[in-house]
Structures are given as structure tokens and as C-alpha cells.
Design a protein around this ligand. Structure first.
Ligand SMILES: [Zn+2]
Length: 170
């Protein structure tokens, strides 16, 4: 098969996942769950979602970044199968920077990302923001990628918000 086609198929598929996550209702919706299912990815449990919704990592829309990461991983695995015969595809897969791709998505779903959001939330934003900062200081571990504090309510290794393994002591 044409190597460029292999690469563009891979790109199309990751973009499709990105768009579906982004167009999803806050925390996921039916359409997003269908996509997860088609890749054999389990969504976060309702308890995990509730914990994230109530955490400092506010989102204004879209599925949770960690779920998009899991889909990206599946897409990469799938295309790896064809990569042995194509150097171009192999390069595309290897240069897919998971941490920054997930972070790029988070930038799009977090509140206050645009001017209209800033004005809309002007009344309540500042107070929430500063109380959020104070709370943050009590946490020992923070995700190096997205900045999410490690939630102490439960045990887990990867960042529950973005799925990164890059927790660091602050
Ligand atoms: Zn994270």
C-alpha cells in the first residue's frame, strides 16, 4: 500500500478521535462511549468521573483526556501492525508525542481558554481560581504533564486526569 496513504490514515484516525472527544458533552456522552467501545477501551467508572468533575482540573466540555489517551494508544497499536513495511508510517508513529497531544487536547477543553469565557465567568472566576490554588498546595504529587494533583482519595499510578505516568514530587 502507498506509504503516504498509511500515514494519512493514521492521522485521520487520531484527528477523528480528537474531534469526537472534543465534541462530546462534558465527561463523555453516547457518541464518545461508542467510539471507546469500538476500540475496546473502558470508560472511567462513574466514581472516577465524579471525582474528576469535583477536582481542581476543571473542564468546560469534552471527554476526559485520559480516555482520549487510551484511544490514541489503541490507534497506535493498530497501525503498528502495518508499520513494519513502511518507514514513513513507523516515523509517524514514533514521533507521535503522547504527552503533548493529550495536553493539547486539555488546552481545548479547559475553561477560560477564550475571551468570551473570560467575560462570561468574570464574576465568579477569580475567587474560585484562588481557592483552587490554595487547595493545590496541600497536595504532594502533581502530574508533570497536565499539573493535576494526585487525588488522595484513592490509589493509582498514572494521572487520573490525563493518564500520564509522570507524577513528580513538588
Ligand atoms: Zn496529568
Amino acid at each position: 500500500m502507498d506509504e503516504n496513504k498509511l500515514v494519512s490514515d493514521f492521522n485521520t484516525e487520531t484527528e477523528q478521535a480528537f474531534r469526537t472527544a472534543w465534541h462530546s458533552e462534558k465527561g463523555g456522552d453516547e457518541n464518545w462511549n461508542r467510539l471507546l467501545e469500538s476500540y475496546g477501551v473502558s470508560p472511567l467508572s462513574p466514581a472516577e468521573k465524579e471525582m474528576l468533575i469535583n477536582s481542581e482540573m476543571k473542564i468546560s466540555r469534552g471527554a476526559f483526556p485520559i480516555e482520549l489517551r487510551r484511544v490514541y494508544e489503541k490507534i497506535i497499536d493498530k497501525h503498528r501492525l502495518g508499520a513494519s513495511s513502511s518507514e514513513k508510517l513507523n516515523n509517524a508513529l514514533n514521533s507521535f508525542d503522547m504527552e503533548s497531544k493529550v495536553l493539547e487536547y486539555y488546552q481545548k477543553i479547559k475553561p477560560f481558554s477564550g475571551m468570551s469565557d473570560i467575560f462570561k465567568n468574570a464574576g465568579t472566576g477569580t475567587q474560585k481560581y484562588s481557592s483552587g490554588l490554595q487547595k493545590e498546595k496541600q497536595h504532594t504529587f502533581k502530574c508533570k504533564n497536565c499539573g493535576a494533583p494526585r487525588l488522595e482519595e484513592m490509589q493509582y499510578d498514572n494521572c487520573l486526569f490525563c493518564g500520564s505516568i509522570l507524577f513528580e514530587k513538588t
